[in-house]
Design a protein around this ligand. Structure first.
Ligand code: ZN
Length: 302
C-alpha cells in the first residue's frame, strides 16, 4: 500500500478517525539520516503522529511541529508535518542502537528516555504557533502524544503508531488516530466498545503485515458504528522546504566579518540541512556577492 492518509467518521460524526501509511517516507528518512533501527522507529512514529495531528487542522498552510526531548541516548527528535501531507524530521543522535525489548520490539522508550517533555506547536499559517508541553509518559511516542491530546486538547483519543524495520529497511509503518467528540464521549457504552477493540491491538504494523488496508482496519474497529470513509486519499511524503536560496539567506545573517572569514579559510562554505540531510556548497563568488548585498543594504538603510 502506497503512503497515504485517509479520513473517516462514525457514530453520527461523534467519532473522527484518521489513518496513515508512512512506510516509504520513513524509509526515506532512514536512508537520508542513516538512522539506526531504534532511531528509525522513533522518528517514524513521531513523523506519523505529526501527520495525524496536522490532518485535523483547517488552513491549507497549517503545520504541526513536534519536539520530543527525553533523557535517553537519542536526545531530541524534531518533526515538522503539514496538512498538505509533507513531513520532515531528524534525530540528534541517529546512530544509537539498543537491544530489543523481551517482546522483540525495538526499545524506543529506552532510546528516547522515560523522563522529559513533548512539545507540540501548531501553526495555522500566520506564524503564531499555539504550543503546549506535556511530560513524557513512556518515551514510546504513541503514549506520549495520546497524553498530550487528552490533557492539552481534552479530547478522548486513541493513537496507535508503529514502524517495522529490519535489514531490508522499513517494510511497514503508519498509524491511526481515533477521537471521540464531546457529545459522543458522554455515551459510556460507545466509549467502552471502542476501548475493548483498540486496547487488545498489538500495535499497528502487525495489522499491515496481516495484509489489512486502512479501510479494513477502520471497518474492523468502527464498521458497526455507522462508519463513513471519505473517498479522497491524500498522498503523504518526506519533503523538506530547504533550498539553496534559504541557505544563502542564513549565511547572510552571519554578517560580513564571518563571511570574509569563510572566504579566507575555506574558499567557500558548506551547510547541511538538519531536517533532510541535504548538503549545500557555496563558493567564494557566492559569498562575495552576499557581502556586496549586505553593504548595499547597509548603505540603503542609512
Ligand atoms: Zn532540508
Amino acid at each position: 500500500m502506497a503512503d497515504q492518509l485517509i479520513r473517516a467518521t462514525a457514530a453520527d460524526h461523534g467519532i473522527r478517525a484518521v489513518g496513515v501509511i508512512t512506510t516509504r517516507l520513513t524509509d526515506v528518512a532512514r536512508q537520508r539520516h542513516q538512522l539506526s533501527y531504534v532511531a528509525t522507529a522513533a522518528l517514524g512514529r513521531t513523523m506519523t503522529a505529526g501527520l495525524l495531528l496536522a490532518s485535523n487542522m483547517k488552513q491549507p498552510q497549517s503545520r504541526v511541529n513536534i519536539r520530543v526531548k527525553g533523557n535517553g541516548p537519542l536526545a531530541d527528535i524534531l518533526v515538522d508535518a503539514g496538512l498538505d501531507g509533507t513531513v520532515r524530521g531528524y534525530v540528534y543522535n541517529p546512530v544509537v542502537e539498543l537491544p530489543p525489548k523481551p517482546n522483540g520490539k525495538l526499545d524506543v522508550g529506552g532510546a528516547v528516555g522515560r523522563d522529559g517533555f513533548l512539545y507540540v506547536a501548531r501553526d495555522i499559517g500566520y506564524g503564531y504557533p499555539y504550543s503546549s508541553t506535556v511530560e513524557l509518559v513512556s518515551g514510546e511516542i504513541g503514549d506520549d502524544v495520546t497524553h498530550y491530546l487528552v490533557t492539552s486538547e481534552q479530547t478522548p483519543s486513541a493513537l496507535v503508531l508503529g514502524v517495522f524495520v529490519d535489514a531490508s529497511g522499513v517494510t511497514a509503518a503508519g498509524g491511526f488516530l481515533i477521537q471521540v467528540m464531546p457529545k459522543a464521549a458522554r455515551d459510556e457504552a460507545l466509549v467502552a466498545k471502542l476501548e475493548s477493540r483498540i486496547g487488545p491491538l498489538q500495535g499497528f504494523t502487525p495489522l499491515l503485515q496481516a495484509g489489512k488496508t486502512l479501510p479494513d482496519i477502520f471497518a474492523d474497529l468502527l464498521g458497526d458504528l455507522g462508519l463513513e470513509i471519505f473517498p479522497q486519499r491524500q498522498m503523504v511524503r518526506f519533503q523538506c522546504s530547504c533550498s539553496f536560496e534559504r541557505v544563502l539567506g542564513a549565511l547572510k545573517l552571519l554578517g560580513e566579518t564571518e563571511l570574509q572569514d569563510m572566504i579566507l579559510k575555506d574558499n567557500g562554505a558548506e551547510a547541511t540541512c538538519e531536517f533532510c540531510g541535504q548538503v549545500y556548497q557555496t563558493n567564494r563568488h557566492q559569498l562575495e556577492q552576499l557581502i556586496v548585498d549586505l553593504r548595499a543594504e547597509t548603505a540603503a538603510s542609512q
